[in-house]
Structures are given as C-alpha cells and as structure tokens.
Design a protein around this ligand. Structure first.
Ligand code: ATP
Length: 237
C-alpha cells in the first residue's frame, strides 16, 4: 500500500532521515520504533506531505506521491494523528472533528454521519462534543487527535506516539482502539517509543536508529531479538 524508497529528509544541514526504505501492506499495523530523535516524526511528516524529502520516492497504492501537497494526500486516503495531539485548544471537540473532514467537502448530512461514526468509536467525545478541547484530559485529547484523523476517512492512518505522556490504563485503551481500527480494515503506521507495546501489536516493524533503518521483521521477531531487548526493552522484559 505504501512504499518508501530510499527516503532522505533534512532540516537545513541536519539530515534527520537517511536512505530509509519501508513497505506497509494493506490491513497491517506496521510499527517504527526508535529512541528520542531517531527521526520517526520526520519520517511520518514526509509521508503526510508536511516535509519534502531531499531524495527518494514515496508510492501510495502504486502512485508516486512524493511531490503531492499534504491536502492532496489526505484526499488520497492518508491521515496523520500528530505527535503531541495538536488539537485546537480553543475549539470545541466537534469543531476539531469537522476540521478533520475539511478536505472531503462533505454535505451536512454526510458530515453528521461521519461525526456519528467517531462518537460511536469514542463515546467520551460524544459526551463532551461542545466542550473546548483544552479542557480534555491527555487521553481524551489523544482520542480526539485520532478521531480527527479518522474524519478524513483514511485508508492509511499515521499515528505518531499515541502513548506519549499517558497513564498505563489509558495507553491500554488507546492500543485497544488501534487493534479495533485494524480489524475494520484501516492500515496503520505507528511510531512509538514504547517499543514493547508497539512490537506486540505490530504485524511488521522497523527500527530507526539515528535516521537509518537498522532492522526489520515481524513484531514478534523484533520483540525476541537480543539487540532490541537490550537497546529498547531492558532485560526485565
Ligand atoms: P522523538 O521521539 O523525540 O519525537 P523522533 O524519532 O520523532 O524523536 P524527529 O523529531 O524526527 O525524531 O527528529 C529527528 C532529528 O531531526 C533530531 O536530531 C532532531 O533534533 C532534528 N529535528 C527535528 N525537527 C527539527 C527542526 N524543526 N529543525 C531542525 N532539526 C530538527
């Protein structure tokens, strides 16, 4: 579904991602794990069209999208739930969700249906739909960020650090939602520092180390790999 071919991405003179090649097959959860600053967010930004790679190619469903602007990629079926949620704090939950559907140009009846779908998936958002987003808990804001991305009706959902700063119980809830989305046929590319959780869930995974892909395999393979256990999981795992 998604192919990155030898992608390099820079911030001025700083190369954050170097020669990365990744495949995401339809219906899978694919995880990218790596330490702070490894380049995970940069990679997702390049896929979403928020950064232009310096070299390499991005194919989505067989079409080159390397030069497509971000809004066009949303129309093609790619949506990003960004790191740190980035919900609009002074807008209501409902307004944030509506913005997620902006590129689809829905009729008001279609918009109501799309909102209804998210409220079914995230009942807490329904209860709070007129509340300002700034008043939500961290977990609720994460749910809103995911729901806002889903309002774009993506076939490929890019999730950047959904566990960031959340309590263990909420993280469990978020990961259950990710499983549920996969069972509904949404393909997911998940960036996570919580490598143990991400690898347990992932059909396939890549390790990003200082901007380079250093290892790949099934989630189970990487979970069992001695080097991964040492570097990312600690011996206790
Ligand atoms: P984290 O988990 O901490 O978010 P990450 O793996 O997502 O890390 P990136 O945020 O992609 O990593 O950063 C990769 C590299 O690019 C880092 O060295 C970072 O300092 C650098 N970088 C990120 N954003 C910028 C920027 N706007 N300008 C310059 N350098 C940047």
């Amino acid at each position: 579904m998604l192919q990155l071919k030898n992608i390099s991405v820079s911030y001025g003179p700083i190369e954050a991602v170097t020669d990365a090649s990744i495949n995401v097959e339809q219906g899978q959860v694919v995880a990218i794990v790596g330490a702070n600053g490894a380049g995970k967010t940069t990679l997702l930004k390049a896929i979403a069209g928020l950064m232009q790679p310096r070299s390499g190619e991005i194919l989505f469903e067989g079409q080159a999208i390397t030069a497509s602007p971000a809004h066009r990629r949303v129309q093609y079926g790619i949506a990003l739930s960004p790191e740190g949620r980035q919900v609009f704090p002074d807008q209501s939950i409902r307004d944030n969700l509506e913005l997620g559907a902006y590129a689809r140009r829905l009729t008001s009846a279609q918009l109501t249906d799309a909102l209804e779908e998210q409220y079914r998936l995230f009942p807490r958002l329904r209860e709070r739909q007129n509340q300002m987003s700034v008043t939500l808990s961290g977990g609720e804001q994460q749910m809103l960020a995911i729901a806002r991305a889903l309002m774009g009706a993506p076939r490929l959902l890019l999730l950047d650090e959904p566990s960031l700063g959340l309590a263990p119980l909420i993280i469990k809830e978020i990961f259950a939602i990710i499983r549920d989305l996969r069972s509904r046929g949404i393909t997911i590319l998940l960036v996570e520092q919580m490598a143990n959780l991400a690898l347990r869930l992932a059909d396939r995974a890549y390790v990003l180390d200082s901007g380079r892909i250093t290892m790949s395999g099934t989630g189970a393979e990487l979970l069992a790999h001695p080097e991964i256990r040492k570097a990312y999981l600690g011996n206790a795992h």
